[in-house]
Design a protein around this ligand. Structure first.
Ligand SMILES: NC(=O)c1ccc[n+]([C@@H]2O[C@H](COP(=O)([O-])OP(=O)(O)OC[C@H]3O[C@@H](n4cnc5c(N)ncnc54)[C@H](OP(=O)(O)O)[C@@H]3O)[C@@H](O)[C@H]2O)c1
Length: 294
């Protein structure tokens, strides 16, 4: 019997790459098709509808996104096309064939004025254009596909692609001292942990013969820290002599505003799908060990 097809976007991104690395572990349940920009350009809604109708996936995991937070302030239309218009087209095309949709979103839908973890249904109020485009993408998905879930994540890193961990490792190897902001707090996410969670979720749905039920989830590793804390732990893992100084966001003006607090309440995804939370320090160590071997 044919296995259900899982169609995944964002092949060359951090999360898409991690999914491609672990797909083999789920090959008894699913066939996988992981596409990059060359196979499916999300700027083209016609292409989106056509590939979904033609491939007839049972699960669609949308990892592709316009993620250049600062550039999004000037490339507003492009960010909106990829982060809001494309997810709407994906949701509609998936709904037409009863395909379950997992759409990835961000902590940046919140304004950061809160001092306790954001709940999934807390009021959204993005403070930059990337956040606004992702917030509209969430709504487009939920309004157009009843079998969709949103997974908001934060501070994503991996051994693949560009991210804070890899940048810090590079700087710590070449500089005597660096300064890192200590007035923005949130929770790091190892993309590999999120990739495992996503495939466990679709396995749960498949094994229990249940379509996904519409819901907003939030996922990160466990722990709420500042970028400075994150850098210090990276330095500890590297046994680096580079001095890490704490500084404030005012010393690092950026085109897009950043929120001072973006930690999210993550319990529901772990409870609903029997997943295990992983402490941020454990995941960081795991990732750095892989980077070391590269
Ligand atoms: N990175 C973070 O810290 C973070 C934080 C919160 C939430 N998220 C969310 O998590 C998800 C995964 O993020 P990530 O870190 O894996 O992002 P990423 O590494 O930046 O990867 C994004 C991927 O999207 C692809 N893409 C962009 N425009 C496209 C287009 N027009 N057509 C097809 N593909 C296109 C990119 O392709 P190319 O490689 O060809 O450019 C890239 O491979 C995204 O939804 C993101 O918004 C990320």
């Amino acid at each position: 019997m044919n296995k259900p097809l899982v169609l995944i976007t964002g092949k060359d991104g951090q999360l898409g790459y991690e999914l491609s690395q672990i797909q083999e572990n789920y090959s008894q349940f699913f066939d996988f098709l992981i596409v990059g920009r060359n196979e499916l350009n999300l700027e083209n809604t016609q292409e989106i509808s056509e590939i979904i109708a033609k491939k007839n996936p049972k699960y669609f995991i949308n990892c592709a996104a316009y993620t250049a937070v600062d550039k999004a302030e000037t490339e507003k239309e492009l960010a909106m096309a990829i982060n809001a218009t494309a997810p709407k087209a994906i949701a509609k095309a998936c709904a037409a064939i009863d395909c379950n949709l997992i759409h990835i979103s961000t902590d940046y839908v919140f304004d950061g004025n809160q001092q306790q973890p954001y709940l999934p249904l807390d009021l959204k109020n993005p403070i930059n254009h990337y956040g606004l485009s992702k917030s509209l993408g969430e709504e487009a998905v939920l309004n157009n596909n009843n079998n969709s879930i949103i997974i908001r994540t934060s501070w994503v890193y991996s051994n693949h692609g560009k991210n804070f961990v890899k940048t810090m490792i590079q700087l710590m190897k070449t500089k005597e001292s660096i300064s890192v902001v200590n007035d923005q707090k949130g929770s790091p996410t190892y993309a590999k942990d999120l990739a495992v969670a996503i495939l466990e979720i679709i396995k749960f749905s498949h094994v229990n013969k249940q379509q996904l039920k519409q819901k907003i989830y939030q996922f990160s590793n466990q722990g709420i820290i500042s970028w400075f804390d994150f850098a210090l732990e990276i330095s500890k893992n590297l046994q680096s002599n580079c001095v890490v100084n704490a500084t404030s966001s005012t010393s690092y003006p950026t085109p897009a505003k950043r929120s001072s607090y973006s930690a999210m309440y993550i319990n529901e995804i772990f409870e609903d799908f029997n997943l295990e939370k992983i402490d941020w320090k454990t995941s960081l160590k795991n990732c750095i060990q892989i980077i070391d071997k590269q």
